[in-house]
Structures are given as C-alpha cells and as structure tokens.
Write a protein that binds this ligand. Structure first.
Ligand SMILES: C[S@@+](CC[C@H](N)C(=O)[O-])C[C@H]1O[C@@H](n2cnc3c(N)ncnc32)[C@H](O)[C@@H]1O
Length: 303
C-alpha cells in the first residue's frame, strides 16, 4: 500500500485502538513496573503539582500520581485507551480523548507535562511540532517537560527497526492484526542530538537525562511478550518473576548510551524570552513548520 500521511495516521490510530488491551495487562508486569518506578523517581513530581500525561495510554501513570496526591490528568487520542483508563483505574474525567496537537486546556495551566513513549509516534504522524507548541502553551513558565523515549543509539535503532519488521512478518504469517504496526516503519529514533534540538527549539533546556533499558532488558521484554502471545501468560509470569531481579539489577547498573535503547529526560521551560531572542531564526523556522497547513492527503509518499 502507498504510504501517504493520511493512511499512516489512520494505521497508527487503529493500532492504538487495538493495543489498549495489551497495555492493560503489560502495565502490571514486574519488568514494566520496575521501569515505571524508576521513571517516577527520576521525574521528581511532588504532591499538589498539576500534571498532564500526554498520550497517557491505559492511565497507569495518572492513577499512580493521583494516589500520591498529585493533581494529574491525562489525554490520549485512542478511545480504547481512555476506556481502559476508566475501567482499570477508576479514572473519570481526569482522562480525556484528545489529540496532542490540540489540547483542551488553558494556557499556563500545568506545572509538569509528561510524554512517555509518545514523541516518536507524533513524529510519524507529523504532529510533533504542533504538539510541542501545545505543550509549551499549557505549561506554566518554568514548568517541566518529562519524557521517556528512544535514545537514538545504534542498538535502539536496530532493535526498534527489527521489531517492526518481525511484527510485519508475524502479521503476514498469522493473519493476526495485533502485529499490524506498519506505520511505525517511519518512526524516528527520537533522542539523537538533532531530535533533541527540536524540543530545545521550543525554549526548553535539558536539566536531567538518564540512559535506561539496556538491550538485554528490551530483548527480555520482547521475548516475554512473544511467550505470552504464542504460549501462555502464566508461563510468561513464571519466567518473568524469576528473572526480574537479575534483569533490573543489570539495567540499573548499565547507563552507557550505546548499550541502552531509551532515556528519561527532564526539560525546563524557560521563564522568559531569553532563548527565543538567542535562537530566533531556528525558533521561527520550527514555529513556521508547526503552524503550516498539514500536508495534503496523498501528497507525501513514504518509503
Ligand atoms: C507507546 S504508547 C505509550 C502510552 C503511555 N504513555 C505509557 O507509557 O504506557 C503511545 C500512546 O500515545 C498515544 N498517541 C499516539 N499518537 C497520539 C496523538 N497524536 N495524540 C494523542 N495521543 C496519541 C497512543 O494512543 C498511545 O496510547
């Protein structure tokens, strides 16, 4: 099929509707929970802060923050994700259906915006720049943007590209739609220096960064998902419960970028126009791209 921007967006959107059930169970897996705990520690969000989780998925992060007294809300454009967040975690209006590029919130209304595993998907949909503009708008001056995303290392690029191709092969071999994530073929390895410049161009400074998810961790997650899908979820839990201690121990100790596939980053939104003046040219170019009319349907053809 010819990959126009419109059918990439359609494929991405329908993948997320289908993936909601997978996220409902995966969030509870010991490996994912260990990563989530480390991420929450790294973000240093305090009780009483107002927080938006952008692309919140099944709502696990919003629920966990709310339990700690944080005034957290989430948005996701997949209705199935919003439904899971409501049934699994009892979240009501705290989770809404909304596209990242059009946030239903007032200007300067959040202390923190979280984007876990979302930006590389927005890039695929060409929504990254409009979404960053929205994030900047809803964040208070001096607020924080906390991200978890790819780190642009060769191992990250190799493994994510390999996974997409394996998923495509499995989809063809089994006819099961669960593996249809073909739009992801166009993902960027978000987090390489040029990609980070894109965020910084919106007047954000990096204040903390940590490499996480070693290749071993990522590989184990993929194998465990395969065991669950093709064999049984009980076998997956049996193996995972025995391995989780060793895998997380290695993962915590190895922070070398080339062995890791992902990273946590905390950005600070500048309080004044200092950087806008300093980088007016680049900012203007990015903003122009962000506000430009969307590509015509059928105009862009992706490889
Ligand atoms: C990799 S999942 C991450 C979910 C969650 N943040 C987590 O860490 O488990 C990406 C999420 O982003 C959402 N998403 C993708 N594109 C989006 C868009 N344009 N606007 C809003 N949400 C989007 C998807 O529906 C999905 O739930």
């Amino acid at each position: 099929m010819v990959k126009t921007l419109e059918n990439i967006r359609r494929e991405e959107a329908s993948d997320w509707e289908r993936n909601a059930e997978f996220y409902r169970t995966d969030d509870h897996s010991p490996l994912m929970q260990s990563l989530a705990r480390r991420r929450e520690q790294f973000y240093e969000i305090s009780a009483g802060q107002r927080v938006l989780d952008l692309g919140c998925g099944s709502g696990a992060v919003v629920a966990s923050l709310r339990r700690r007294g944080v005034d957290a809300v989430g948005v996701d454009y997949a209705q199935a994700m919003v439904d899971v967040a409501r049934t699994e975690y009892g979240l009501g209006e705290q989770v809404r259906r909304s596209a990242a590029a059009d946030l239903p919130f007032e200007t300067n209304s959040f202390d923190v915006v979280i984007a876990n595993g979302v930006f590389h998907h927005l890039a695929v949909q060409e929504e990254l720049l409009p979404a960053l503009r929205e994030v900047r708008r809803v964040l208070k001056p001096g607020g924080r943007l906390c991200c978890f995303d790819r780190n642009g290392s060769w191992v990250s690029t190799l493994m994510s590209g390999g996974c997409v191709r394996i998923k495509e092969l499995l989809r063809i071999a089994t006819g099961r739609q669960r593996f249809a994530s073909c739009a992801s073929r166009n993902e960027i390895g978000f987090g390489d220096p040029d990609d980070l410049k894109t965020i910084r161009g919106f007047d954000f400074d990096i204040i903390r960064q940590q490499q996480v998810s070693t290749a071993l961790f990522f590989f184990c997650v993929v194998v465990l998902n395969g065991i669950e899908y093709f064999l049984s979820s009980r076998l997956r839990s049996f193996i995972e419960c025995r391995l989780v201690g060793a895998i997380t121990w290695i993962d915590r100790r190895c922070g070398w970028r080339q062995f890791c596939v992902e990273q946590f980053i905390v950005f600070n939104a500048a309080k004044c126009a200092r950087k806008v003046v300093a980088s007016a040219g680049r900012q203007a170019a990015l903003m122009e791209k962000a506000t430009a009319p969307q590509t015509q349907v059928g105009e862009t053809v992706y490889e």
